[in-house]
Design a protein around this ligand. Structure first.
Ligand SMILES: Nc1ncnc2c1ncn2[C@@H]1O[C@H](COP(=O)(O)OP(=O)(O)OP(=O)(O)O)[C@@H](O)[C@H]1O
Ligand SMILES: [Mg+2]
Length: 252
């Protein structure tokens, strides 16, 4: 039998052992946990099209809330890179990992593609449908409803919602595409020259919705020829693929 003193002493020892083992467990957890897995990781990515190396050794990581601006001259590979990220083109070499999973595997791609919004130069707008139907159609496909009107109003198209889409101007068509991004929430936005056709206020709206999207943890890729405000965005500058065009003096 232990007396009360010995009993108290063994309680203290036991408490200290428990405490020390908890600290060790936390330290071990922190050591083994490492940095969080990036949402998207591109490693040693190459892409050959028609025998030409279009993308050469691209490496990048992006976490939730991140943004990447793609710049470079015409034909340098910006759209190609976006198309690889969208899974429309398979890389010739290298990896594209989403949450650590290889996107080129079809089972993973089926899940990955549900995370994506693609906005290219072809606008996928049905001219005969109304402006509203052009957004609601996609919302219904996602089995959601209720955001299309608000999204169109936000993008300044409230007054033409009931009109057939064919009456829209170039910039208004772009605004309709942006309204789709708002109405159907998806975390990864792949935007190919989203500012083309937009007026100054439209560009401001674009910058605003991209910032808001990132604030909620979304990711944005933007290929652009004009400067776009995207705070703390990373940048891939694609080198020219064709010899620099000759100047007038060269030609004389
Ligand atoms: N469908 C295709 N098949 C084969 N090659 C293609 C195809 N589309 C583009 N390319 C080639 O890939 C290269 C990169 O084109 P890409 O469209 O990615 O350039 P970009 O940087 O987006 O140019 P831009 O600023 O003009 O939009 C170009 O040399 C182009 O000719
Ligand atoms: Mg392009």
């Amino acid at each position: 039998m232990l007396n009360s003193n010995e009993n108290g002493f063994s309680e203290i020892i036991r408490a200290r052992i428990v405490c020390a083992s908890k600290i060790l467990a936390i330290k071990f957890y922190n050591m083994t946990r490492g940095p969080p897995i990036p949402k998207l990781l591109v490693s040693r990515l190459h892409c050959i099209r028609r025998g030409q190396m279009v993308l050469h050794d691209i490496n990048m990581t992006l976490h939730d809330g991140g943004a990447m601006i793609l710049t470079g001259p015409n034909g340098s590979g910006k759209t190609t890179f976006l198309r690889v990220l969208a899974g429309f083109i398979k890389p010739s070499a290298g990896y594209l990992l989403w949450n650590g999973h290889d996107v080129t595997k079809s089972s993973i791609y089926e899940l990955y593609k549900l995370e994506l919004h693609w906005m290219g130069l072809k606008d996928a707008i049905k001219n005969k449908l109304s402006v509203l139907d052009n957004v609601e159609f996609w919302e219904t496909l996602e089995r959601k409803s209720g955001k299309s009107c608000k999204a169109l109003e936000f993008m300044g198209l409230g007054h033409v919602m009931k009109e057939p889409a064919q009456v829209l101007s170039v910039g208004q068509r772009k605004r309709l595409q942006l309204a789709r991004l708002l109405a159907i929430p998806r975390p990864i936005w792949l935007l190919d020259e989203p500012s083309v056709g937009l007026d100054r206020e439209g560009v401001k709206l674009l910058e605003y919705i991209m910032a808001e999207h990132r604030r909620k943890g979304g990711i944005v890729f933007v290929a652009t020829h004009i400067p776009i405000k995207l705070e703390d965005a990373m940048n891939i500058q694609f080198p020219p693929r064709t010899p620099k065009s000759k100047t007038l003096i060269d030609l004389m």
